[in-house]
Structure formats: structure tokens, C-alpha cells
Design a protein around this ligand. Structure first.
Ligand code: NAD
Length: 440
């Protein structure tokens, strides 16, 4: 099939590459010429395990192409995937300007039947706005090509995006015409060979399904964080509680890890956007308001612990920090807890030396040339002269460090662990003062 993917970010590039990998002819469009230059030069503009190999393989096979030419893109694919960003607007609602611009470009240049597939996470009703934008552009040039609008929300996880796309749990398709549904079935055939995974529903339900999924997962995290904080005051150990409830099949293990808050490009903005949708409909989403407030507070939890240990004024303190990405295996720092934690430490006068395996370039872009924030090439280097170690992202390489060396290098032998990576008993044995989240 001939496919155009509009937007070559985490979702668009993964989708485009994986769709090419099963034999389709895919053209990826982006308005950012710098991204297209990197792709045309044989690289990829993001860190995503396994993606570079797939991109290279399909470029070499002549199935995957990149462009900044909107006309060429609109004319290429019968299937036009929209995978552009939907960042939060000032009021928390999803900003649809990129989605509408992408739809307009399609309407302006399409020259035959198109299925416009919305993969971006968008509020209920966006399918109608996409349709209106295309109708308006077609009318402006007195053209009359048929088209269908489909909602096909994406559930991939950064860090495991290729595998998630190749082996999806389910494929949600919101559509109301048979022609488009048949084409979507054909398109996704290669990804559901062992069992039927496609759930067809109306567009609005599909749009809401994506928000419902992220809101549920965010709720589980905030719930556990709140209980972790309570466990601390009760002398209970949240890790034991987690195992005690996770083993109940009605509850399950996923998204129950307490920590220093959720971040990333999806949960924070999608929770906010859903709250906003509720507000627009005169419905106060009580649970999600609490989920959001609990998460904002949780991002400061580690700093609160640092302040309780070292005092309000941290101007004499220097901290080593492990992990800047919002989660392991990605360089994404959008809404990452590390941003709040580093900013708050700096605000209180501290200096920080940080290490992250892949996100330091992104951190440099975000924090600029902040003189009190340094970066180290190796994890142990951040301990040089540091009063304490603060762990914000649970990268695999932090799982089993040399604790004795940590103790010897730190001035105060204190570890603040925002991801509960270590056993308090082990830390006590090696002589490290350990502050986890909800641990006894
Ligand atoms: N990142 C994730 O893990 C994830 C998972 C599921 C769903 N989503 C959703 O998918 C959407 C995209 O997310 P992302 O993380 O890939 O975003 P991103 O910011 O990484 O990429 C978006 C890309 O779209 C490009 N773009 C913007 N307007 C354009 C236009 N008119 N024409 C062509 N390109 C244009 C931008 O330059 C950018 O490269 C969002 O709605 C997001 O909520 C993201």
C-alpha cells in the first residue's frame, strides 16, 4: 500500500518505519527540515531502541522515503497518517493547530480518494474538525475527491515502541464507512496474524479510548504514590504492599511502581486534556483532578526529602544525579520529574552533576548553559565531591552499582532513590543512608 505519514516524531517515525518493514511504500513528511536532513543522512532524530536498524533497512530496500514537500506527501499515500504533536495549550486542552494544519495540507493537494488516519492523541470531536478542514480546502479549489476520516490512536511506549507497533495488544479503529475499515484491515493484516486484534468502533469512542487508557494508567501511578507517602508515616513498606496487591489478578502488576512522579509526552498532557474536556462539558472529573495534583506534588517529594536532610538552604550542597529522561530507554524529557527536581535544587542554591545514558543532550537544550549544572560521562563521576546521590530514572545500568565505591566517594553517604531501585537492608549493610519512596 502507498502510505504517507505526516510528522516524523516518536509515533510517526516508528509507524512509518514499521509499516515499510512489512512491505508498504511509505513516505514520511515533516515540517522540520532539520529532522528530515538527519533522516536523509542515514540517522534518526530520536533515541528509540531498534529503530535505526529498521529505518536503514527500509531506506536501502527503497520502501521508506522522507520529505518536507507537503504536496508530494498528499499525493503519495492513499492512506494519510497524521502523527503530529498535540501539546497542551495554556488552559491544558490539546492544541490542535498541527493536526488541523496537516489536514489542510492534505485537502489542499490530494488528487484522489484518501483515508485520513488520525494517530495523534486528540480530543473527542477532532475527527469532525479534520473532516471540516479537508472539506474547506477542497471547496476552495473546487475539487471533489472522496475521503474518509479514521481515528486510530497509538498505544506504543517510548523505549519499546518498535516492538509495541509490531506486536500490538489491540488495534483501535474508529471509522464509520466500510471502504475505510476494509483498507485499515488490509493495512494491519501483517500485525495481527496470530489473532484478530482490530476493534472497530465509532470515531468518538476511539478518540476517548486513548485518553481513557492513559488516564487509567496515570491513576494507578498516582494512587500508589499517595499510598507510598502514607506508608512512610505508618511505618509500612510500600514495596511489600505492592507485591501484596499486584499478585491479585484483578489488580495485576503493571503501573503500580511508586516513585517521584510520572512524566513524558503523554500522561501529563493527556490527563490535563481530559480534565479540560470534562470542564467543557460541565463535568468536573474529580478523580483525574486528584491524579494530576498528586503527581505535581510527587515530583517534589525527593526534594522534600533532601530539604528534610540537608536544610532549606542548599547553597553549600552539591548533588550527584542519575537519570534525566522521564523513563529508561528514551531521551524524552518532556514533563520529566528531573526537570522539576533539578530546577528546585538549583533554586535552593545547590549545584548538581548529572548523568544520563542518552538524555544529556536534551538536558543541555532544556537547561541551557546553566553554570551550576554539570554533566558527567560516567555515572560514578557525578559522585566526585557530592554530598548525596539522587536517583530520578531507573536505567538498567543503575541497578547494581558498586555501593562501597558510592559510600566512599560521597561526602555524606546518603542516597535519595526516586525509583526504589535498592533494598533498604542492603543499603544499611553497606553503610549508606537510604531514602526511597514509601520504604521502611
Ligand atoms: N510519544 C509517545 O510515546 C506517544 C504515544 C502514543 C501517542 N502519542 C501521540 O502521538 C502524537 C505525536 O507524538 P510524538 O511524541 O510523536 O510527537 P513529536 O513531537 O515527537 O513529533 C511530532 C512531529 O510532527 C511534526 N509536525 C508538526 N506539524 C506538522 C505538519 N503540519 N506537517 C508535518 N509534520 C508536522 C513535528 O515537526 C514533529 O517532528 C501526539 O498526539 C501524542 O500524544 C505519543
Amino acid at each position: 500500500m502507498k502510505i504517507t505519514v505526516v510528522g516524523t516524531g516518536y509515533v510517526g517515525l516508528v509507524s512509518g518505519a514499521c509499516l515499510a518493514d512489512v512491505g508498504n511504500d511509505v513516505l514520511c513528511l515533516d515540517v522540520d527540515p532539520a529532522k528530515i536532513r538527519i533522516l536523509e543522512g542515514g540517522g534518526i532524530p530520536i533515541h528509540e531502541p531498534g529503530l535505526l536498524e529498521i529505518v536503514r533497512r527500509n531506506v536501502e530496500a527503497g520502501r521508506l522515503f522522507f520529505t518536507t514537500d507537503v504536496e508530494q506527501a498528499a499525493r503519495h499515500g492513499t492512506m494519510q497518517f497524521i502523527a503530529v504533536g498535540t501539546p497542551p495549550d495554556e488552559d491544558g486542552s490539546a492544541d490542535l493547530k498541527y493536526v488541523v494544519a496537516a489536514a489542510r495540507n492534505i485537502g489542499r493537494h490530494m488528487d484522489g480518494y484518501r483515508v485520513v488516519v488520525n494517530k495523534s492523541t486528540v480530543p473527542v470531536g477532532t475527527g469532525d474538525r479534520v473532516r471540516e478542514a479537508i472539506v474547506a480546502e477542497l471547496a476552495a479549489r473546487e475539487a471533489d475527491f472522496p475521503f474518509s476520516v479514521v481515528s486510530n490512536p497509538e498505544f506504543l511506549k517510548e523505549g519499546a515502541a518498535v516492538d509495541d507497533f509490531m506486536r500490538p495488544d489491540r488495534i483501535i479503529v474508529g471509522a464509520d464507512d466500510e471502504r475505510a475499515i476494509d483498507l485499515m484491515r488490509e493495512l494491519y493484516g501483517p500485525f495481527q496474524r496470530n489473532r484478530e486484534k482490530m476493534l472497530v468502533m465509532d470515531v468518538r469512542s476511539a478518540e476517548l479510548t486513548k485518553y481513557a487508557a492513559n488516564a487509567m494508567l496515570a491513576t494507578r501511578i498516582s494512587f500508589m504514590n499517595e499510598l507510598a507517602n502514607l506508608a512512610e508515616t505508618l511505618g509500612a513498606d510500600i514495596e511489600l504492599v505492592r507485591q501484596g496487591i499486584g499478585s491479585d489478578p484483578r489488580i495485576g502488576w503493571h503501573f503500580l511502581y511508586p516513585g517521584c512522579g510520572y512524566g513524558g509526552s503523554c500522561f501529563p498532557k493527556d490527563v490535563k486534556a481530559l480534565i479540560n474536556t470534562g470542564d467543557e462539558r460541565g463535568q468536573d472529573l474529580l478523580i483525574l483532578n486528584a491524579v494530576e495534583a498528586a503527581n505535581e506534588a510527587q515530583k517534589l517529594r525527593l526534594v522534600d526529602k533532601v530539604v528534610a536532610r540537608f536544610g532549606e538552604d542548599l547553597s553549600d550542597c552539591h548533588f550527584g544525579l542519575w537519570g534525566l529522561a522521564f523513563k529508561p530507554n528514551t531521551d524524552d524529557m518532556r514533563d520529566a520529574p528531573s526537570r522539576v527536581i533539578v530546577a528546585e535544587l538549583l533554586r535552593r542554591g545547590a549545584t548538581v552533576a548529572a548523568y544520563d545514558p542518552v538524555a544529556m543532550g536534551e538536558a543541555r537544550r532544556i537547561f541551557g548553559d546553566e553554570p551550576r549544572l554539570a554533566y558527567a560521562e560516567r555515572p560514578m563521576d557525578v559522585l566526585e565531591g557530592a554530598d548525596a546521590l539522587i536517583i530520578v530514572t531507573e536505567w538498567k545500568e543503575f541497578r547494581s552499582p558498586d555501593f562501597i565505591q558510592i559510600r566512599q566517594m560521597l561526602r555524606h553517604a546518603v542516597v535519595f532513590d526516586g525509583r526504589n531501585m535498592y533494598e533498604p537492608s542492603v543499603m544499611a549493610r553497606v553503610g549508606l543512608e537510604y531514602h526511597g519512596i514509601g520504604r521502611r
